[in-house]
Design a protein around this ligand. Structure first.
Ligand SMILES: [Zn+2]
Length: 113
């Protein structure tokens, strides 16, 4: 399950970031995830909870925002939302497109007390 690996990475980043501030408690971690990463938010939350149990992060929670897939056509240059993984321009029907978003996976914000 690749969510466990991602949760582990997120926890490592939080721990690195908080290393010099041991007295501060992490409340909430905002994570941005592109639709194309195929990460399931429930699975990621579950993995995060399991991995932070009985650690300094056990009272923190993940807030996951899914970023939709956006693309731009290379023929007519119009931007559009990719629906159901159909990588075809809805304006001119070309499949020669550039992805603008959808592959993201990063921590946007760590909220502390
Ligand atoms: Zn087009």
């Amino acid at each position: 399950m690749h969510e466990t690996g991602i949760a582990t990475e997120i926890i490592n980043i939080i721990n690195d970031t908080m290393r010099n501030r041991p007295a501060v408690e992490v409340r909430q971690v905002r994570v941005m995830i592109g639709e194309l990463t195929a990460v399931l938010p429930e699975s990621l939350n579950f993995a995060y909870r399991a991995l932070t149990e009985n650690t300094a992060l056990q009272n923190s929670r993940l807030v996951i925002t899914i970023i939709p897939v956006q693309a731009q056509c290379r023929t007519c240059y119009k931007p559009f939302a990719v629906q159901e993984f159909t990588f075809v321009c809805p304006f001119c029907g070309q499949s020669d497109i550039d992805l603008i978003s959808g592959n993201e996976l990063y921590i946007k914000e760590i909220e502390v007390d």
